[in-house]
Design a protein around this ligand. Sequence first.
Ligand SMILES: [Zn+2]
Ligand SMILES: [Zn+2]
Length: 257
Amino acid sequence: MNNSTTPDNVGVDIQIAGGGDAFGSGGQFQTCFIVDDSHGRFAIDFGATSMVALGQLGIDVAEIELVVLSHLHGDHFGGLPFLLLHRQYAASSCRPLTLAGPPGLQGRIAALMDCMYPGLWEGQWRFAIDFVDIVPDQTTTVLGRKITAQKARHFAGAQDCLSLRIETDDKLIAFSGDTGWRDELIELARDTDLFICECNERIDQPYDTHISFETLSRNIDRLQTKRLLVSHLGPDMVGAIDSLPVEAATFGLKLAL
Ligand SMILES: [Zn+2]
Ligand SMILES: [Zn+2]
């Protein structure tokens, strides 16, 4: 992937701009993956730390035309106010920005903006902001990408939490989002070029809203994907990164699909 110029129109490239948990354990950035395809550049999730992470990677955030959101927790969408402000005040580009995520996203963005920068949301934006609902069990085409969603086992208030399967340029990317284990993830990952699966902790926990490495290992042979990355890494997983038998979504990792 070329970080500083418009992506060429060959292949699909992904760079990990954050594969850490909500707490930034081990200094990892929160969830954000940058995808370059023939349509341009989009982000999958945009955690509160994502602008800093993208700055470190030298990625021009003004080139992001679409952000696809798995769910509306701060470590997955909390960086959007800074992205919006950057476009409003710092970026040379005024391209439209599309935000796609669980129904109710627009109201949550308005509330988030009102909390962080009171009065700005209702003002005049110098670029168009479009919202697209991604509904579970449906396929939605957004700016050339086909997005199919499952309802994840996770909780973010009134809005659904999603596991995503994104098709672009004949490549398939699946992302579990935050979720406890569900057998439906096998279908989500089937025949994908890349499956990014959350794996918050090493051993099973009393709660089932995240996946442990123990649980993932029990199911790993059922996942038919060309490449598996574990993400949303809590402290135990970060500490074990070098000894894991699976590849981790480490900061800056580049993949060419
Ligand atoms: Zn999370
Ligand atoms: Zn979450």
